[in-house]
Design a protein around this ligand. Structure first.
Ligand code: SAH
Ligand code: SF4
Length: 455
């Protein structure tokens, strides 16, 4: 979501003359967009800021002014502290106020030009009106695009800062989402990844402002799949308790929906799920997986895991390992529990020692790598549609992604860049596959692998 937000900040600033640069020293403004989900991510901020202060001083020697802004969830959670600890920061803004950036930049540059002591602008409000209504029209870039449909969260899992930094749960109206998706499709986007901290809690109004017209993510996915040119749909990140029947059915009904679902579970132990305030038991998770696979036999899952949540015993951890083996997750984001200030988990007495967390994470990740390698090896000899969205390191090499997000390398003409083509998979490693294109009538609808999985 921070990638999406950073792009949108660039869009907001374009009309007042800013464009992105790859050379930091050339920048009239630097925005550090931050993540607060784990401690490691937040800590990076102050070391980054030190670098940018030196850059600001150097540019000042040549008479060039620099605006430094800190955005995102660390700004939301620790805005006042940032201004105090780093007085050279001009602007601190939260994830819900970046549509106001032009006004903040104008104030900061005026203050700098007047030569007065910079006080630092702080805007970490949760505005009544969502920022989406104030952002410029989205532009298509590339063949795969993020589309933010939902933000915030009301679930308050005991380890998580999201409800505090992103605010209350909000869903964008369906007509707005479809409008953006059509702009993407017209600009050559083939794959849309719907984003939300709790994306399957989505309940957008069909018609903007018409309370009572809300529909869920299953309905939205159907409408998106109708758009010409959109050939792949994915959604991130979901909570098991919001996997309703419509959404599960969508996996069998919508060919564009990849047969790879990301469904974070965090732990395989009921005791730990309870302490995490996850509101479901592990049996419920198994039932959801069964229902999804009943809809689409080749569906595979990825997940998120936290090891070393307070009170996690060896038996609790073993339950997580059992779950990973049972479900045969292909991939996962896995983390050591990181106590976050202000969350209930941070105050729990029975914190797990760091060395135990390190050991458990290594065991869990090794298992996931072995399952992924096994799946990649079993893919050899199969054909899969691949979306080519990168050029490889070697001459004439393109890199794309299979429906299971496996990176696939081929030697192919650059005409395939940004396209989907069927590839026969010929070799595999833990992290990627190699293959060759089996069809070159790439501009015909045969490129759409439309057949239903159950067929
Ligand atoms: N809404 C999703 C998760 C969004 S947060 C859900 O309900 O599952 C993204 C991921 O960050 C989480 O799935 C979790 O695995 C990880 N995470 C969040 N807080 C964490 C913490 N305090 N320590 C370690 N990992 C954390
Ligand atoms: Fe965080 Fe997800 Fe729990 Fe919300 S549902 S509090 S985003 S982990």
């Amino acid at each position: 979501m921070n990638v999406y937000d950073s792009d949108r900040m660039a869009d907001v600033l374009a009309p007042i003359g800013y464009a992105a640069t790859d050379v930091p020293g050339d920048a009239d403004m630097v925005i550090v967009n931050t993540c607060h989900i784990r401690e490691q991510a937040s800590e990076k901020l102050f070391s980054e800021l030190g670098r940018f202060r030196n850059m600001k001083n150097k540019r000042a020697e040549n008479g060039d002014a620099t605006v430094i802004a800190v955005a995102g969830c660390v700004a939301q959670a620790a805005g006042a502290e940032i201004i105090k600890r780093a007085p050279y920061v001009d602007i601190v803004l939260g994830p819900q106020t970046y549509h106001r950036l032009p006004e903040m930049v104008a104030r900061a540059t005026r203050a700098q030009a007047a030569g007065g002591k910079n006080k630092g602008i702080l805007d970490i409000e949760f505005p009544e009106e969502p920022k989406f209504d104030h952002l410029p029209q989205i532009q298509a870039k590339g063949s795969s695009a993020f589309l933010s449909v939902q933000e915030g969260c009301d679930k308050f899992c005991t380890f998580c800062v999201v409800p505090y930094t992103r605010g209350a749960e909000y869903s964008r109206p369906i007509e707005d989402v479809l409008g953006e998706a059509k702009i993407f499709a017209a600009g050559g986007v083939k794959e849309i990844i719907l984003l939300g901290q709790n994306v399957n809690a989505y309940h957008g109004e069909k018609t903007k402002g018409e309370a009572g017209s809300e529909a869920g993510l299953g309905y939205l996915l159907h409408r998106l799949a109708e758009i010409d040119g959109i050939e792949r749909l994915r959604y991130l990140t979901s909570h098991p308790i919001d996997m309703d029947d419509d959404l599960i059915a969508a996996h069998g009904e919508i060919a564009e929906l990849t047969p790879f679902a990301h469904l974070p579970v965090q732990s395989g132990s009921d005791r730990i799920l309870g302490r995490m305030n996850r509101h479901h038991k592990i049996e419920d998770y198994y039932r959801i997986v069964e229902k999804l696979v009943a809809q689409r036999a080749e569906l595979k899952l990825s997940s998120d895991f936290i090891v070393g949540f307070p009170g996690e015993s060896d038996a609790d951890f073993e339950a997580t390992i059992k779950l990973i083996k049972d479900v045969k997750f292909l991939q996962a984001y896995s983390f050591k529990y990181s106590p976050r200030p202000g969350t209930p988990g941070a105050l729990m007495a029975d914190q797990v020692p760091e060395e135990v967390k390190v050991e458990r994470l290594a065991i869990l990740q090794a298992l996931l790598v072995s399952q992924q390698t096994e799946f990649n090896e079993a893919s050899i000899g199969k054909s899969m549609p691949v979306l080519f969205d990168r050029r490889g390191r070697m001459d004439g090499q393109l890199v794309g992604r299979s429906p299971y997000m496996q990176p696939v390398h081929v030697q192919a003409s650059d005409d395939f860049y940004g396209e989907i083509a069927d590839v026969k998979l010929l070799s595999a490693s833990a992290n990627s596959l190699g293959g060759e294109i089996v069809s070159d009538d790439r501009l015909t609808p045969s490129f759409k692998t439309k057949e239903r999985a159950s067929a």
